[in-house]
Ligand binder design. Structure first.
Ligand code: ADP
Ligand code: ZN
Length: 742
């Protein structure tokens, strides 16, 4: 009997929806093949790098057509087994091209084939000659820099990097080379232990936990050997982070690793300092503004088990930890956990899967749980844990609606809001004004004919930006200069319409000429480190009034903040997205949590033209859970998540018709595959903003009452779409569990 040949199944970086099969390399050594290594393979007319996901004996491709792989790159897996299982699950569940899934997660250098080695850094040490001389430095009396440098290295037997030396002594390249020539100092490649060299040297603070905190910690630790999701609901300031720290310390004491995911802008120096000070151990940080070397170092250190703790944003879910003991998702309701383009995954949902695969507990912590998580807790899939009280003396603030129907607003601010602002500022406290729109004004309007300046490429208006004086489309990024006359009727007066953060800032500077004011939005925090700097300045009370967008609502701690003003709640009440009411109660609740976190009582004022709106009323009078319950009832009646499962097929093309034609063809295939109509189809329809970035967008929504059935249908349906003639003229993508239907 012939020995069945080994066939390598490989994920290749291409938008194709399947894996590729190859024979092993012809002249390869007979290395013990392990899943998860990189392999060089011929693909079309070049050689590229793929990842081995399986070794099989059968292929749907006839063996005369199979090619040989070229060579192995790794001996040991680059993707550990634990992560491989998550990748395979994600490819299947999100119906995404395997290459895209595998390769978006890998650091760039590894995608390009860099050989894996432990992260190292060049460090300087005293040589043995230098050590002998250190107590008699008289011969260096004419070279004070060299003397300083020797002393410094003597104090740091663990060695110092160039950057560390520079931070302490300034640039001293010539002293380094002189001492090195004399043989008094030497350098060696040393493993990086603290992946981030910058350490926070603070005191290790361990609080005596409150009874509620202790109960929460014990509940989780009692389940540390098995899969158990916890929904930890605690108002801001109730001590959730302290609970995380306690659990992590138990887990890493057992030589296991902890993965913590936070929202995109949740990684402040403050939270990192709390981790560093508590653990005094290397902590890996993964977020989007790392450079490629930092990302690679952290990734490799995680893989090699050098770091026990990883904290990161969405993509840190792909950290190659081999010995996970716990996963924590902070602010689990935050929409930034969902990737909204390319490979559209939800990091929170994947985290639950990862915890299940690793058989470990996972904590979803938030003051405002997503409706999905609330429903999961009701169905006993998640164990609910509560921290209902703020720690210490801090009390929840007083919340009041301001009816602005007959108010005389100035830059969007009512007289009541203004006088409250004056009071809080006079008492030396901080105040925050929230408006969820950056820029100066929503658009420019002609005073004569009412023409509003549109974007050339989108069905939207150009936003006026005072900073740098230009117009900008917030959908496609197109910029233009501010016209001096109306493009339609040539009338010379155009006026800005609708408020943005810039206008509020300018108005407030007028009302408060002697008060320090800061605006916090994407425009003022674009530069690397800018947000952290502003954040530190707020803490040191450099500013008294903060104006900002939802960036300010996240779980940051502002101890001196006593007033929160929401300028325009109505904008969130009437949006076409079915999740907007959920977002609204989350945002307002989070904002309420920002006020009065120290010992000072807080106040929250919400301006609205709809003070009787049931959702606003229920939120103010009965709180988050009650309001969430109301929205859940609506979702149930409207057959929306979490009571139905959704998948959205999106298409865009250069003319309006083509996308719709493709979606109609796609719809016809489903009707054949699902003749009983178990899955409801909505569409095709044009997207609510049809033209974006010069493309016409349209969509087809699938709505199923069984996740399994919907998944089965998707796996039969999606591979067929590739063969549609109309598919060639459109860009299409599938979004499983979309959070945005527009
Ligand atoms: P959350 O993550 O829920 O917003 P934190 O863990 O940040 O809450 O706690 C809020 C504040 O209370 C922090 O300043 C923290 O240092 C403090 N704190 C937390 N737990 C305790 C405790 N058991 N005793 C004293 N202070 C605590
Ligand atoms: Zn545009």
């Amino acid at each position: 009997m012939a020995v069945p040949s080994r066939i390598l199944r490989i994920a290749i970086p291409s938008p194709v929806l399947h894996y590729f099969d190859y024979f092993p390399p012809l002249d390869a050594s007979h290395q013990e093949l392990e899943i998860g290594i990189r392999i060089k393979v011929p693909f079309r007319s070049r050689n590229i790098i793929g990842i081995l996901v399986a070794i099989v004996t059968d292929s749907s491709i006839p063996s005369c057509k199979l090619r040989h792989a070229q060579s192995y790159i790794d001996e040991n897996p680059l993707i550990p087994k634990s992560l491989m299982r998550l990748f395979l699950w994600a490819v299947k569940y999100y119906h995404a091209p395997p290459g895209e899934v595998f390769f978006t997660a890998l650091p760039q250098q590894l995608r390009q084939g860099r050989i894996l080695k432990s992260p190292t850094i060049l460090k300087w040490f005293l040589s043995s000659k230098g050590k002998n001389l250190i107590h008699d430095l008289a011969i260096l009396s004419k070279a004070p820099r060299q003397k300083q440098l020797l002393k410094l290295l003597h104090q740091h037997p663990e060695g110092l990097s160039i950057a560390q030396i520079k931070a302490k002594l300034g640039s001293c390249q010539s002293s380094l080379s002189n001492l090195s020539t004399k043989g008094w100092i030497e350098n060696r490649e040393s493993p990086i232990t603290a992946v981030r060299d910058k350490q926070f040297f603070g005191e290790k603070i361990i609080f005596q936990l409150t009874i509620e905190q202790k109960t929460t910690v014990s509940a989780v630790l009692a389940n540390q050997m098995k899969f158990q999701p916890f929904l930890l609901q605690g108002v801001t300031g109730s001590g959730k982070t302290e609970v995380y720290l306690e659990i992590i310390s138990e887990i890493i004491a057992k030589k296991k690793q902890a993965l913590i995911l936070v929202p995109e802008i949740g990684l402040t120096p403050q939270i990192l300092a709390r981790f560093y000070n508590r653990f005094k151990c290397p902590i890996g940080i993964l977020h989007s503004s790392l450079n490629t070397k930092e990302r690679l170092d952290t990734w490799v250190a995680a893989l090699k088990g050098i770091i026990p703790i990883i904290i990161g944003t969405r993509s840190a879910i792909w950290a190659p930890l081999q010995n996970l003991g716990v996963i924590i998702i902070d602010e689990e309701h935050d929409p930034s956990f969902k990737q909204q383009e390319g490979f559209r995954y939800h990091a929170r949902d994947l985290a639950v899967i990862r915890a299940h695969q690793a058989n470990i507990p996972i904590i979803l912590g938030t003051a405002t749980p997503s409706l999905e998580s609330l429903e999961n807790a009701k169905r006993k899939r998640y164990q609910p844990l509560q921290l209902p009280q703020r720690v210490g003396t801090a009390k929840m603030p007083r919340v009041r609606l301001i009816d602005i129907r007959s108010s005389n607003l100035e830059v969007g601010i009512s007289p009541e809001m203004l006088s409250s602002l004056q009071n809080h500022v006079k008492q030396g406290n901080q105040a925050l004004l929230f408006i969820n729109r950056r820029g100066f004004a929503i658009t420019l309007i002609c005073s004569n004919c009412g023409f509003a300046i549109p974007c050339q490429y989108c069905d939207s208006y150009m936003v006026v930006h005072q900073q740098n004086y230009h117009l900008c489309c917030h959908h496609c990024g197109y910029k233009s200069s501010i016209p001096t006359k109306c493009p339609q009727c040539t009338y010379p007066i155009l006026h800005p319409q609708g408020l943005g953060t810039e206008q509020v800032e300018i108005g407030l500077r007028h009302f408060f000429p002697n008060t320090k004011i800061i605006r916090i939005d994407r425009d003022t925090t674009r530069k690397k480190g800018a947000f952290n700097k502003i954040f530190e300045d707020i803490h040191s009370r450099k500013y008294q009034i903060l104006i900002g967008t939802q960036m300010l609502a996240k779980g940051h701690d502002y101890p001196n903040l006593t007033l929160v003003g929401i300028l325009d709640a109505d904008q969130m009440l009437f949006s076409s997205n079915f999740r907007s009411s959920e977002r609204m109660i989350q945002l307002i609740t989070q904002l309420i949590g920002r006020s009065g976190r120290g010992n000072k009582p807080g106040e929250v004022l919400i301006q609205t033209r709809y003070p009787e709106h049931p959702l606003l009323q229920s939120l103010i009078n009965y709180g988050y859970d009650y309001s969430a319950e109301l929205i859940l009832k609506e979702r149930y009646q409207a057959k929306l998540p979490p009571y139905r499962y959704l998948a959205l097929l999106r298409a865009k093309s250069l003319d309006a018709n083509t996308s719709i034609l493709f979606l109609e063809d796609s719809r016809n295939i489903i009707m054949e595959l699902d003749p009983k109509g178990m899955v409801t189809l909505l569409g095709p329809v044009s997207a609510s903003m049809e033209r974006q970035g010069n493309y016409y967008h349209a969509q087809l929504l699938l709505q199923g009452s069984s996740r399994d059935y919907l998944q089965q249908l998707l796996s039969l349906w999606i591979p067929k779409l590739v063969f549609l003639k109309t598919a060639r003229k459109v860009h299409w993508s599938i979004d499983v569990d979309p959070i945005n239907l527009i």
